[in-house]
Design a protein around this ligand. Structure first.
Ligand SMILES: [Zn+2]
Length: 169
């Protein structure tokens, strides 16, 4: 099932999600649906609040279905290590057409459960490190436009309001 993507300023995107406690078939169906919804929207990462579900669950696939080993499920994730810095452009399915450079750690280690409840460690550098940080931010109710300067954010918010008025958002 393909879920529609929730867009900013929906309040579900700006509040922390709750931990996943049940690792059952229903959860595994939701994970499969999240991959399907992400691919349909041409994204490389999707967090549950972006489909209106306030749970600490996110899926990532940088290869966009080309490499099965690139499919990553992060449930109840925590960043356990941060190293270095990077400053690259990000976008978000909940903020279509908006792109801005965001300061992130260059390398992160993430501890998370999979859809069966098993804990795993994931290492990310470059784009994958950005995806981990961006998606885990979603679970804390933080969008990337709140990690840039207030000046740049105001310009973006103004642009969004203009698009909303024109019926293009
Ligand atoms: Zn996003």
């Amino acid at each position: 099932m393909i879920y529609p993507i929730v867009k900013f300023p929906d309040p579900i995107l700006q509040r922390p999600s709750t931990p996943v406690t049940e690792f059952n078939d229903e959860l595994r169906k939701l994970v499969a649906d999240m991959f399907e919804s992400m691919y349909a929207a041409q994204g490389i990462g999707l967090a549950a609040p972006q489909i209106g579900i306030a749970k600490r669950l996110t899926v990532i696939d940088l290869s966009n279905q080309k490499e099965p080993k690139d499919k990553i499920v992060l449930i109840n994730p925590e960043i356990t290590l941060r190293e270095g810095k990077q400053f690259e452009e990000e976008g978000c399915l909940s903020l279509p057409e908006i792109r801005e450079k965001v300061r992130r750690s260059a390398r992160v280690m993430v501890k998370a459960q999979d859809e069966f409840g098993n804990w795993k460690e994931h290492e990310g550098t470059e784009l994958l490190a950005r995806a981990f940080q961006h998606e885990i931010d979603h679970l804390d109710g933080v969008l990337f436009i709140f990690r840039i300067s207030a000046l740049k954010r105001d310009l973006i918010l103004r642009r969004i309001r203009k698009m909303q008025r024109a019926g293009e958002w």
